[in-house]
Design a protein around this ligand. Structure first.
Ligand SMILES: *Cc1c(COP(=O)(O)O)cnc(C)c1O
Length: 381
């Protein structure tokens, strides 16, 4: 049997061969295998040079200063460092976030609640978008930080980060953005958008797993309490020997995303339209993703009147994820779909289709007609 068609790019992406090539070089003895913190020989200097060039590449993509880029192990760590790092240094006790954030933010907030912090969870609109007016209404005298994702990972909906950033800046409240799904796909400008901290993950943009960035504003300086103590790397915010090959991979992945962004997003938009044309022919289909403010490459769709588990089993030639997190005894609908008010029966029969650089029109056509056939068959005559 052939491998299923990969339609789960929002979960992770394959490494681009050009990225893998750069990473391989960086690990070898002829390359940059040295410890970037070694100051006494050329192996260390070369590795440091590669790391600093990568830092400049990421900074350029964000319109940031290279000294504002902190390497982490991924967006989960970046989210933890942003929220806990600020909270552990603060006297203010209130945090504003949304009910549809990634677990890396939600579970961190829950942990901070056990330590006396108060958290307001905003309910987004029916497609997962958080409005600036909602954030404004939630702000208090003692609000420390607002954390809102740029693009929702289950729906693809895009929140107005610039408006929320402007509000937070004018109220003297810190603003953190989880940009794991948007970096390299949408324009990000931390100056223009008044962003204080921003999380990135390489494996969502054809880079390696296990590397990410937290952008941390420098003017005025924002000092975070570290989660990992040690050699004082990364301006004391994140200790540990820097993984040069991972960092070089992330920078190359970012460079490729920036170079192709406009063209590739247009190509993905046309794939989305193609997929929608298929899906719209299926009766009683609900598009959960936002009709206007949505990343082209994520489409979340639900079907009335069928069993979600049976649907997934039947779609065995498509690699996609559901709106449901399954465990052995029950199928719980996704908390994101529940939060945007999708009825339970539709939520349990919802799928997230996410595509990307290696997806071709014929993959979309195959997926569209398979879904149509299977949904029709499960509904019976
Ligand atoms: C993937 C993802 C994360 C986690 O990133 P890792 O690098 O895998 O830790 C966090 N937030 C969002 C929105 C994501 O999509």
């Amino acid at each position: 049997m052939q491998d299923p068609i990969y339609l789960d790019y929002a979960a992770t992406t394959p490494i681009d061969p050009r990225v893998a090539e750069k990473m391989g070089q960086a690990m070898l003895v002829q390359g940059n295998f040295g410890n970037p913190a070694s100051r006494s020989h050329v192996y260390g200097w070369r590795a440091e040079e590669a790391v600093e060039a990568a830092r400049a590449e990421i900074a350029r993509a964000l319109n940031a200063d290279p000294r504002e880029i902190v390497w982490t192990s991924g967006a989960t760590e970046s989210d933890n460092l942003a929220l806990k790092g600020v909270a552990y240094n603060a006297s203010r006790q209130h945090i504003v976030t949304s009910a549809v954030e990634h677990k890396a933010v939600l579970d961190t907030c829950a942990d901070l609640q056990t330590q006396g912090f108060e958290v307001t969870y905003l309910q987004p609109d029916a497609h997962g978008r958080v409005e600036v007016s909602q954030v404004e209404a939630a702000l208090r005298e003692d609000t420390l930080i607002v954390s809102i994702m740029h693009v929702n990972n289950e729906l693809g909906s895009i929140s107005d980060i610039k408006a929320i950033g402007g509000l937070c800046r004018s109220r003297g409240v810190l603003f953190h953005v989880d940009a794991a799904q948007s970096f390299g796909k949408l324009v990000l400008d931390v100056q223009d958008m008044d962003i204080d901290m921003l999380s990135i993950s390489a494996h969502k943009l054809y880079g390696p797993k296990g590397i990410g960035v937290l952008y941390v504003r420098r003017e005025p300086p924002l000092k975070l309490h570290p989660l990992i103590h040690g050699g004082g790397h990364e301006m004391g915010m994140r200790s540990g020997t820097l993984p040069t090959h991972q960092i070089v991979g992330l920078a190359e992945a970012s460079r490729l995303m920036q170079a192709d962004m406009v063209k590739e997003q247009a190509r993905l938009s046309s794939l989305r339209e193609r997929l929608l044309t298929h899906l719209r022919q299926i009766p009683d289909t609900f598009i959960h993703s936002h009709p206007e403010f949505n990343l082209p490459s994520i489409l979340n769709v639900g079907f009335a009147g069928i069993d979600g588990e049976t649907l997934l089993l039947a779609l065995d030639d498509l690699a996609l994820s559901t709106g449901s997190a399954c465990n052995s005894t029950s199928v719980e609908p996704s908390f994101v779909l529940t939060a945007i008010g999708v009825p339970k029966d539709v939520a349990q029969a919802s799928i997230r289709l996410s595509f990307g650089r290696f997806t071709q029109p014929q993959d979309i056509d195959h997926a569209g007609s398979r879904i149509s056939t299977v949904v029709g068959r499960l509904r019976g005559p």
